[in-house]
Design a protein around this ligand. Structure first.
Ligand code: AMP
Length: 193
């Protein structure tokens, strides 16, 4: 299955994607994770992306579209993938459709995690506390200032992606305010699995 997971930062896309990997046996493709790996490795893309990411803004469309275009050609994507954090603009959604069409593929489902925005900052704080408790490294953009920009960026540039898929009749919305298990179950129902 080829799935897109949509939702604002802190909605639980990563958590649910991890569960879907097991259920569906397809990889999670997180452009955020791939960009953070590029930053850590100091690649040209990473060097270009770091300041933009730290500020909570969006990396240019052509960069992320290029990353995904290459990644979905890998053998582990042959039976599908879960896109987490991509597409984030309507232009990326259109590029994704065109890219898949040239490969003779199309999306099977677009799932949006619908959450109360007031809960998101608290979720980010909880994620930071859990990461510190586990001895991990806190994301450079998980601070109140960058998070505020990430939410604004989401509202301005990514919320229209949900509307775009809704207009095409491809969007399935799931209540992301319920427990992790309940959200997983609701996604399963939405996917007919
Ligand atoms: P995430 O891990 O999905 O929250 O992404 C972290 C950051 O990486 C975002 O705030 C953006 O700066 C960048 N990023 C990730 N995915 C995309 C995308 N599809 N388009 C543009 N920027 C992205």
């Amino acid at each position: 299955m080829r799935i897109v997971l949509l939702g604002p930062p802190g909605a639980g896309k990563g958590t649910q994607a991890t569960r879907l990997i097991e259920k569906l046996g397809v990889p999670q493709l997180s452009t955020g994770d791939m960009l953070r790996a590029a930053v850590a490795a100091g690649t040209p893309i990473g060097l270009k992306a770091k300041a933009i990411m730290d500020a909570g803004q969006l990396v240019p469309d052509d960069v992320v579209v290029g990353i995904i275009d290459q990644r979905i050609d890998a053998p582990d994507c042959a039976t599908g993938f879960i896109l987490d954090g991509f597409p984030r603009t309507v232009a990326q959604a259109e590029a994704l459709r065109a890219m898949l069409a040239t490969k003779g593929l199309k999306l099977d489902a677009v799932i949006e995690l619908v959450v109360d925005e007031n809960a998101l900052v608290d979720r980010m704080r909880k994620r930071v506390a859990e990461t510190i408790a586990a001895g991990g490294t806190v994301r450079a953009d998980d601070n109140p200032e960058s998070f505020k920009t990430r939410l604004e960026t989401y509202r301005a540039q990514t919320a229209p992606v949900s509307a775009h898929y809704a207009e095409r009749g491809d969007l399935k919305q799931v209540d992301g305010m319920r427990s992790i298990d309940e959200v997983t179950a609701a996604i399963g129902t939405a996917l007919g699995r």
